[in-house]
Design a protein around this ligand. Structure first.
Ligand code: DGL
Length: 293
């Protein structure tokens, strides 16, 4: 984005940061951002009516992602975090071209983090993600940008998404599904596994037990939050009006929107974040050709 004039920059600083995901998974990114940036407000959109994105075509994911980005931009945000790996893998350049704000996706930060924490000439990195993210090869590309000799094995784990949406974090069924998917890594012996879907950190414990405690799990949401902090600072966009009192996850400074009923989202958010969003609304996200009302 071009240099912002001083007055506009001042106005932009007090605006919230927009975040979207196909559902509840992006809450892992929201939590990471909230923990690092207590002075910022967030607007979160979970496209719960259209989840999952990971089994849909490029054209469909691209359209949904553009609609979500346009909706959040229309509410007045200073930066957009695409907290969905599938949308980041398939539609980041299109979103950037459309909304004219700084846009941060989760793939680049997650890939770079994996290379950084393992180090060496040829780190062995496993990537677990949705079918669409794996097929796009976006993680392999970003990891190779950071280390061209990295050895990569990718595995799609589509059933992890409904299990996370359902909140089945330690059910026996989740364990056996994890064993089935992750046995591809038995021979490859990755040093790190990237959680390349924002829903997967919800199942972190079972994934860690299955791949072994010696394997480092890379949460792309956490890596993304680190890069957002840096970018806000570099661009001089951090909010200078200090928020008084201590911030809580899901407090009334943050606004949550979902495209389907709110109850289910509130339930999963409470189980996962320990609090129900104080401001939570169901909305219909307008199509890309329709005006936002
Ligand atoms: N949260 C999405 C992602 O990070 C996955 C869920 C979906 O398939 O929509 O890719």
């Amino acid at each position: 984005m071009n240099e912002i004039a001083t007055k506009d920059k001042f106005d932009l600083r007090s605006l919230p940061i927009g975040i979207f995901d196909s559902g509840v998974g992006g809450l892992t990114v929201y939590r990471a951002l909230h923990n690092r940036l207590p002075n910022e407000r967030f607007i979160y959109l979970g496209d719960t009516a259209r989840v999952p994105y990971g089994t849909k075509s490029l054209a469909t994911v691209e359209r949904y992602a553009l609609e979500n980005a346009q909706f959040l931009a229309s509410l007045g945000i200073k930066m957009l975090v695409v907290a969905c790996n599938t949308a980041s893998a398939l539609a980041l350049p299109q979103i950037r071209a459309q909304i004219g704000l700084d846009v941060v996706g989760v793939i680049g930060p997650g890939g770079r983090k994996a290379v950084e924490i393992i180090g060496g000439e040829a780190p062995r990195i496993g990537v677990i993600a949705t079918e669409a993210t794996v097929a796009s090869n976006a993680y392999a590309d970003r990891i190779h940008d950071a280390c061209d000799k990295a050895q990569i094995l990718q595995q799609a784990c589509p059933l992890f998404v409904p299990l996370a949406e359902e909140g089945w974090t330690d059910a026996p069924e989740t364990n056996s599904i994890a064993q089935k998917y992750l046995s591809v890594f038995d021979e490859f012996k990755p040093e790190a596994v990237v959680l390349g879907c924002t829903h997967y950190p919800i199942l972190k414990q079972v994934i860690q037990q299955t791949v072994g405690e010696n394997v480092k799990l890379v949460d792309s949401g956490e890596a993304t939050a680190d890069e957002v902090v840096e970018l806000l600072h570099d661009k001089g966009l951090d909010n200078r009006n200090v928020v008084s009192g201590s911030r809580q996850l899901c407090d009334d400074l943050d606004h949550f929107f979902v495209t389907d009923a709110t109850e289910r989202f509130a339930r999963v958010a409470e189980r996962f974040l320990g609090a129900k969003p104080m401001k939570l609304e169901a909305v219909e996200v307008p199509g890309i050709d329709q005006p936002v009302i």
